[in-house]
Write a protein that binds this ligand. Structure first.
Ligand SMILES: [Zn+2]
Ligand SMILES: [Zn+2]
Length: 343
């Protein structure tokens, strides 16, 4: 089969045409991949950063955001049939640790990740554990299906506290931040202010319904927020940047007693004036990773089916798998939106 494989411990990837189709275990299905999307994690793998070096054993087919159809079933898989259209949860839970047994499979103690420790989706076929399958609604095409996983990260952040009727700032307008903007609007936020430092990304945020799009490199976020909220600040700030300056600015825009949710990964330890940012403000601070299994998936489906959130607006480009270099180059050049690869 054709696949994008990481074969060498250096930047780049290998487009191979003769990789054996993966064998499935008894608790897995084989999925023919119809659409797959590039994630920030894939950029780390492509660039062979410290994150990738610590986690990957080569050779490895990478990629984990995908949708396709089931073409064969392991002997212990029930509830699915050949021909079923599915997307995949990236996190493979162990199902026996304390987190898995208390409704928190998404933060399993023994988590494996598709495309990092298990064969990935930048390929014609991928083996998928039965616990990681999500049946696609008939109304959803494969491109939409491949976007559900990253969309879920944005949705999980926004819906990890109250949002309906609330004012919100979304920090960062990468694909996940864009999904957060769409989710906040579709969930009834009364005011959504999106921020970034790249104007092209802010244009996309407006298309997803942001009431204001602020370039924090040029504009004063706090001044605008105070003007719009009668000097109080916003109810909710969700961070998708992991950037210290953006986060400090977000806390300054937050109302007393408001919620600050961290989603974007930082490159290392950050410093924060917690007296003023959190304590005196009685801010409610939480962290969010991945997607709830499977509450967030139901939330994503409901948001799309409501017609109020067109997730395909986050697509920045669609490329044949063999043209992967173009897709990665576009992302590195700061192109907005998600890049899809079609195997
Ligand atoms: Zn991802
Ligand atoms: Zn577990």
């Amino acid at each position: 089969m054709r696949a994008l494989c990481k074969t060498e411990e250096k930047p780049g990837a290998c487009y191979c045409e003769n990789i054996p189709v993966p064998e499935i275990k008894e608790n897995e299905v084989l999925v023919k991949v119809h659409a797959t999307a590039i994630c920030g994690t894939d950029m780390h793998i492509y660039d062979w950063t410290a994150y990738a070096q610590e986690r990957l054993k080569l050779p490895m087919v990478f990629g984990h955001e995908f949708a396709g159809e089931i073409v064969s079933l392991g002997s212990q898989v029930s509830g699915y049939a050949i021909g079923d259209r599915v997307a995949g949860e990236t996190h493979i839970p162990c199902n026996h640790c304390i987190q898995c047994r208390t409704g928190n499979q998404h933060i399993c103690e023994n988590m494996k990740i598709i495309g990092v420790q298990a064969p990935g989706a930048f390929a014609e076929y991928i083996p998928v554990h039965k616990d990681c399958l999500w049946k696609l609604d008939d109304s959803m095409d494969y491109e939409t299906g491949a976007l559900l996983e990253p969309m879920g990260v944005g949705v999980h952040g926004v819906l990890s506290g109250e949002i309906g009727g609330k004012t919100a700032v979304i920090l960062g307008c990468g694909p996940i931040g864009l999904c957060a903007v769409g989710a906040a609007k579709a969930s009834g936020a009364s005011l959504v202010i999106a921020t970034d430092v790249i104007d092209r990304k802010l244009e996309e945020a407006k298309k997803l319904g942001a009431d204001y799009a602020v370039n924090t490199g040029k504009q004063d976020l706090k001044a605008l927020v105070m003007e719009l909220t009668g000097g109080c600040g916003v109810d909710v700030v969700v961070d998708y940047t992991g950037n210290g300056r953006a986060i400090q600015g977000g806390f300054e825009a937050l109302k007393k007693g408001g919620r600050f949710t961290f989603v974007g990964l930082a490159n290392g330890p950050l410093s924060l004036d917690i007296n003023n940012a959190v304590i005196y403000k009685e801010a409610k601070v939480n962290g969010v990773t991945g997607r709830l299994m499977y509450q967030t998936w139901y939330d994503c489906e409901a948001l799309i089916k409501s017609g109020r959130f067109d997730v395909k607006k986050i697509i920045g480009g669609v490329f044949d798998l063999k043209d992967y270099e173009e897709a990665f180059a576009a992302l590195k050049g700061g192109a907005p939106g998600k890049m899809l690869l079609i195997p």
